[in-house]
Ligand binder design. Structure first.
Ligand SMILES: Nc1ncnc2c1ncn2[C@@H]1O[C@H](COP(=O)(O)OP(=O)(O)OP(=O)(O)O)[C@@H](O)[C@H]1O
Ligand SMILES: [Mg+2]
Length: 606
């Protein structure tokens, strides 16, 4: 996949019937409202033209002959059209608003739902900013196209047609002159739009880069400050945003020129009409009211013509938005359940990796796991240790079926795990990740994610078992404390304790913990150890271990290097071997042990 795949693609927004059909499928559930909405739009537009015609009749048949009764008579009619028009305007704006909100809501819901089904591999190659633009701005564009775009275009077309009809009825010779001019106006308006759109398109592409730069700088604000990169980043940012400003500036200039040009053209038409009317009046082909009506029709025709050009341009953008949205909605999840997948209530904790080979699709193609075999008995605790990048997290990612083996089989209870429903495996695995993630909300809500129907008592029991209860109670709001976005208001160790409580609450058959290397204080570490131990009891556990205490408690230790098992055995066995594990132990763990001992004796003295 090319690097620039996720840049804002350049698009011509070709009128692709297929995309149109798909876009309008979102309107289908609101068919009835749509019909009403179009009807009211048409009614409003007809009233517009009718009013101009009534003016003509009033002038010619009532004001000029001085017939007051007739003036009142026409005024009554006029009043009627005003009322009908008011009802029409209210109704179509109201319906368009509702339909647009509904469609926007539906689109976002569909995308959210679909995003949840997509596999992890999608998210590792798709920037979050790209997804967010689809969810927010593109979906809004589509909703607007279906509603306001339709209002404007149907309004304009009907307005031009009906005005044209009235003009023909009043004076066909003059009408033909006007008709000759309308295509010219449309052409000029369209040329302007095209240029403006081109500048906007450039600005938009740059904008998504600018947004990306903002995003990176905000999320990485700590690093930026720590590395004192403020000035470099600012100049890089300027390089991006200056061309964007220039494009936007050119678009603004064109926009400013556009209106005077259209006005100039319409003045030409108007002067032709006035000039021609002069002798038409004399020859009796035209009345004063007729001239007035013509002038009105021509001036009020300028707006629909402009609107049509604008809507046409917007339509192109919306089609491109549609293409991007459907590219998301039509992405198939990389991992899907087989049609006849097996969905047991519980699973057993016997797991077998049978000659598993795996590589990441977005990686360099080199296998991360090579012909990896492992048999884990029910209730066994496996510690995975080894150098960074060795493949430990990959093993647990495969276990949790975030990815599937490229070759070989993973069996759960003796059965290929692809035969199970994904949900029945994933719901039976409790995971605490290397970087624990909490959702905005309270601590209680975050623990409840483990089991949605858990009672408050069960939530607190889980927290007690995890060792999280004391710190939670020491917070001002206890279990009701807000954790902030992503759990930002809590420390790393606290987040881990809450994740652990969440896993304990779920009471899964398999427990996976990717121990964090980042250090937490010794007290929290003890709590985590304690919580883990209660979790490991009776469950099959995979612990990616960095702490000696955890490793020693494991039934079996695997040293993973380069996607293979380099050494395997208990702590004592591996030490005796004097291999990689021995080296790890002597270099890393001994230091840890000494530090620990020192801390303990210090605190004993205190
Ligand atoms: N999503 C991914 N896409 C592509 N390559 C990946 C991905 N995740 C990991 N890798 C690569 O796979 C290899 C194994 O990574 P893995 O995360 O399994 O290592 P690890 O043993 O867990 O390391 P650590 O101890 O640092 O957590 C590394 O070379 C890494 O670059
Ligand atoms: Mg890892």
């Amino acid at each position: 996949m090319a690097d620039n795949f996720f840049e804002e693609e350049d698009f011509e927004g070709k009128f692709n019937g297929n995309i149109f059909r798909k876009i309008f499928e979102f309107a289908l559930p609101y068919k009835g409202w749509f019909i009403l909405f179009i009807v009211f739009t048409l009614v409003t537009s007809v009233m517009d033209s009718l009013q101009v015609y009534l003016n003509k009749l009033t002038i010619d048949n009532a004001i000029i002959p001085g017939d007051k009764d007739k003036v009142l008579y026409y005024l009554g009619f006029y009043g009627l059209t005003v009322i009908v028009q008011a009802v029409g305007v209210f109704s179509f704006v109201y319906f368009a608003g509702i339909i647009s909100e509904r469609i926007w809501f539906d689109l976002r819901q569909r995308m959210f739902d679909h995003l949840q089904k997509l596999s992890l591999s999608y998210f590792s190659v798709t920037p979050v900013g790209w997804i967010m633009s689809r969810v927010n701005s593109d979906s809004l564009k589509i909703a607007d196209l279906i509603t306001w775009g339709l209002v404007d275009s149907s309004f304009s077309v009907v307005n031009i047609l009906i005005s044209g009809g009235f003009m023909l009825a009043i004076n066909w010779r003059l009408a033909l002159i006007v008709f000759a001019i309308v295509p010219v106006l449309l052409y000029v308006a369209w040329q302007f739009r095209k240029r403006i759109l081109k500048e906007f398109r450039i600005a938009r592409k740059l904008n998504s880069k600018v947004t990306g730069a903002f995003n990176e700088n905000i999320t990485g604000v700590r690093v930026v400050k720590a590395l004192q990169r403020e000035n470099e980043n600012l100049s890089e940012f300027n390089e991006l945003s200056y061309p964007m400003f220039q494009s936007a500036y050119r678009a603004a200039r064109l926009n400013a020129l556009f209106l005077p040009c259209i006005q100039l053209l319409s003045s030409v038409v108007l002067s032709v009409i006035v000039w021609a009317s002069d002798w038409q009046l004399e020859s009796g082909w035209m009345t004063i009211g007729g001239i007035q009506a013509f002038v009105n029709y021509v001036t009020s025709m300028m707006w629909p013509v402009q609107d049509l050009a604008r809507v046409y341009g917007e339509m192109q953008q919306s089609i491109a938005s549609g293409e991007r949205i459907f590219s998301l909605l039509e992405t198939e999840p990389a991992i899907v359940d087989q049609p006849d997948a097996f969905a047991p209530e519980t699973i057993c904790g016997e797991i077998e990796f049978d000659h598993v080979t795996f590589y990441y699709d977005d990686g360099d193609g080199k296998p991360v796991l090579k012909d990896f075999s492992l048999h884990v008995k029910q209730g066994e605790t496996i510690a995975l240790v080894g150098s960074t990048g060795g493949g430990k997290s990959t093993i647990v990612n495969l276990m949790a079926r975030f990815y599937e083996p490229k070759n070989g089989v993973i069996r759960v209870c003796g059965r290929d795990y692809r035969e199970y429903k994904m949900e029945s495996i994933q719901s039976r695995i409790g995971m605490v990740l290397q970087t624990p993630h909490l959702f905005s909300g309270t601590i209680r809500e975050n623990i409840r994610y483990g089991k949605l129907d858990a009672s408050s008592g069960a939530i607190e029991d889980a927290a007690v078992q995890a060792g999280a209860d004391p710190f939670i109670r020491s917070l001002p709001n206890g279990y009701e404390e807000q954790v902030g976005e992503g759990g930002n208001l809590l420390s790393f160790g606290q987040k881990q304790l809450i994740s652990l409580a969440r896993a304990i609450l779920a009471d899964p058959e398999i427990f996976i913990m990717d121990e964090a290397t980042s250090s937490v204080d010794t007290l929290t570490e003890d709590l985590i150890q304690h919580g883990m131990e209660s979790m490991m009891k009776g469950r099959t556990s995979f612990i990616i271990a960095h702490r000696l205490s955890t490793i020693k408690r494991a039934d079996r230790i695997l040293v993973i290097e380069d996607g293979q098992i380099l050494e395997e055995g208990s702590h004592q066995e591996l030490l005796r071997k004097k291999g990689k594990y021995y080296n790890l132990y002597t270099q890393q763990f001994r230091a840890e042990k000494e530090k620990d001992l020192k801390f303990r004796s210090d605190s004993d003295i205190a």
